[in-house]
Design a protein around this ligand. Structure first.
Ligand code: CA
Length: 165
């Protein structure tokens, strides 16, 4: 599981990275909103830990723009400000959860696990054997990332050649 930690305070960022790595997560750090935006658009993460207070583009702007681009990676907001308005705008912008600083690491872990479990429900609809992948819902099969054309036959066994679902 790969987590992107977006936090400009390097001490906090490093502590988060260290703690999460101890829990066997793969952790990448981004210290600015611009860097975070670039990483999210070019790499695949399972979860984003996003600090709201960032220099330049702040967390909320980053969140709004990645959601606009269709990125659905779960986002857990970290905020030092605990106002109803902040929480509402964070959730409205597409955050999945938020945590108010300072927080206990155990709580952060629990929330991360909950979000990753939620995210996995879509993976449960996927079958993988070696480099073959099948999406059970769309029946799309890929091998090593490339689409494989497969003919699906009706249960009756009647052959319908060339039919693609
Ligand atoms: Ca910050």
């Amino acid at each position: 599981m790969r987590i992107l930690v977006v936090e400009d305070e390097q001490k906090v960022a490093n502590a988060l990275k260290e703690g999460l790595e101890e829990e066997r997560y793969e952790v990448d750090l981004a210290y600015t909103g611009e860097d975070a935006f670039f990483r999210v658009n070019t790499e695949k993460f399972d979860l984003i830990l996003l600090d709201l207070m960032l220099p330049g583009r702040d967390g909320l702007q980053i969140l709004t723009s990645i959601r606009k681009r269709g990125v659905e990676t779960p986002v857990l907001l970290l905020t030092a400000r605990d106002t109803l308005e902040d929480r509402v705008s964070g959730l409205n912008a597409g955050a999945d959860d938020y945590l108010i600083k300072p927080f206990a690491f155990a709580e952060l872990l629990a929330r991360i696990r909950a979000l990753l479990r939620r995210g996995r429900s879509t993976d449960a609809l996927r079958l993988s054997v070696g480099d073959l992948d099948m999406d059970i819902v769309t029946r799309k099969v890929t091998r090593g990332g490339h689409t494989v054309e497969i003919c699906w036959h009706a249960k009756s066994g009647k052959k319908r050649p060339g039919e693609h679902l």
